[in-house]
Design a protein around this ligand. Structure first.
Ligand code: HEM
Length: 471
């Protein structure tokens, strides 16, 4: 028995860890802002995380001129509330970003604005209510088990848990939302999806100035090719579904029916395709990154891993449905929340001001860009106690009660908060608890972990860990 039995975890105040919390990998915070050259062509262009100077984590809001645009970096929870909730109509997603994403995501839920966004969000909401989501828990458990069974037959050296997590969440989204019929195999398409996601986050000069032909980087070329493959497969899937509707009323069938009632056939098919791509892309890589970062943190904190395993084993050993098991994981939930604090899989959110406003005393002009980085907000020294350390106690019930509402935003905030939030939370906890109950995770000596923000926050070179049977 470890010194803090999981049975003792629950709604009670948790003790601080009995060991030194460790400092997870993060780039050094330089003394100065990067040069323009560095920002667009140097190291910061490849990984914006390395460009954040110390002051970003000490000053809550600041305005900067970058080329022809004003950027207002907002980390004050009050300012975040202003942008994402109180005056949300003034702050749509920037045209620039919508243009960059449009070739892949079209007018799907992530990119749409105004009436078409509201309409889609309303249509989709019933699939993502807590009651409706319960139907997916057995899928999460089944796919987690499939991955774990594969590990169990071939455990010799290290495993790249980032790749394994991506395969797992890819299978989950394919089965949960598309009944496994989308015609995409992980092997054939994961590289394409990766390229599309990464390319969307690349800082590009031609793009900023409306001259996309300037942006012929290898990554952009790879993304263009990947996009064609992805759209080809998913268009064929939609055409099959339209020709002979699936007997199962899955997410895609419901969307097709709802769009058909509201829009002309061509527009309905296009919206269905836009959302098929949106949900494939938005719905698996973020959760996969969260899983990889959680296993990284636990692999370095043996005590936290032992507590989480003890809790997971007890939860699964007690039997019952995956939904019941999910209710028995309070410590793992804290670990998961702390993981998303330190490594928010969607590390940035951007908005564009339609009209003048004021954010925490800073004047905003029409056209100003508002940049909110969960990576920065979650590591801000004015908002968190010892923000650079891994400590699940940041999320014990008492600590949580003292948080300001908008200081923790891994899923965004306001009306555009991630529609898949509860889906992702249940998925992650069921998968992690299954894996932890069966395996232990250790670091690979000599491997350096480097987080990189390219639209999503990923470890450079994957996340190799030594995976051993735990029982
Ligand atoms: C740990 C996992 C996830 C994280 C951290 C995450 C994060 C986010 C964030 C931060 C946003 C808001 C972006 C913004 O306002 O600019 C967002 C939106 C969205 N997410 Fe997630 N997400 C996750 C999982 C999922 C899953 C599993 C799905 C689908 C099943 C999903 C689908 C979406 C969609 C469609 C939107 C756009 C919503 C709208 O604009 O109305 N996400 N996500």
């Amino acid at each position: 028995m470890t010194d803090l039995a999981p049975a003792a975890l629950g709604n009670v105040r948790l003790r601080a860890p009995a060991h030194e919390p460790f400092r997870p990998a993060a780039p050094d915070q330089p003394d100065h802002w990067p040069t323009m050259f560095d920002m667009f062509l140097g190291e910061t262009a490849r990984n914006p995380l390395v460009g954040w100077p110390k002051e970003t984590f000490d000053i809550l809001n600041r305005k900067r001129r970058v080329l022809h645009l004003n950027y207002i970096g907002v980390s004050d929870p009050e300012g975040i509330k202003r942008v994402f909730l109180d005056n949300v109509a003034n702050y749509p997603k920037p045209n620039l970003i919508r243009r960059a994403l449009a070739p892949s995501l079209g007018d799907g839920l992530f990119t749409a604005e105004g009436e078409i966004w509201r309409d889609q969000r309303r249509l989709m909401a019933p699939v993502f209510t807590p009651a409706a989501l319960g139907q997916f828990n057995p899928i999460f458990a089944r796919v987690a088990e499939r991955t774990a069974d594969r590990w169990a037959t071939g455990l010799d050296d290290h495993i790249d848990v980032a790749a394994e997590a991506t395969r797992t969440t890819f299978e989950v989204i394919n089965e949960a939302l598309f009944s496994g019929e989308a015609g995409l195999s992980f092997e054939a398409t994961s590289g394409d999806i990766d390229a599309v996601v990464a390319a969307a986050g690349e800082y590009r000069l031609g793009f900023l100035f409306g001259m996309p032909w300037l942006d012929q980087s290898p990554l952009q070329r790879r993304a263009n090719q990947g996009r064609k493959v992805l759209l080809g497969h998913l268009s064929a899937f939609i055409a099959r579904r339209q020709a002979s509707p699936s007997p199962s009323a899955d997410f895609m069938t419901r969307l097709l029916e709802a769009f058909a009632e509201r829009y002309p056939p061509k527009e309905a098919a296009k919206l269905a395709l836009d959302n098929a791509v949106t949900f494939f892309v938005a719905g698996h890589e973020t959760t996969a990154n969260g899983l990889a970062w959680a296993l990284y943190l636990l692999s370095r904190d043996r005590q936290a891993q032992a507590w989480a395993r003890e809790e997971a084993q007890a939860a699964w050993d007690a039997g019952g449905t995956p939904t019941e098991i999910l209710g028995r994981l309070p410590y793992l939930k804290m670990v998961w929340e702390e993981t998303l604090r330190l490594y928010p899989p969607a590390p940035r959110m951007d908005r564009e001001a339609l009209a003048e406003d004021e954010i925490c005393g800073l004047p905003v002009r029409k056209g100003d860009m508002i940049s909110v980085w969960p990576w920065v907000v979650h590591r801000h020294r004015r908002l968190w106690d010892q923000p650079e350390l891994f400590n699940p106690e940041h999320f014990d019930p008492e600590a949580k009660a003292s948080h300001q509402r908008f200081q923790y935003i891994p899923f965004g905030a306001g009306p555009r908060i991630c529609i898949g939030m509860a889906f992702a939370q249940a998925e992650a906890l069921i998968i992690l608890s299954h894996w932890l109950a069966r395996f232990s995770f250790r670091p690979v000596v000599g491997h350096t972990v480097t987080p990189r923000a390219h639209t999503t926050l990923k470890p450079v070179g994957g996340m190799p860990l030594i995976v051993e049977r735990a029982r």
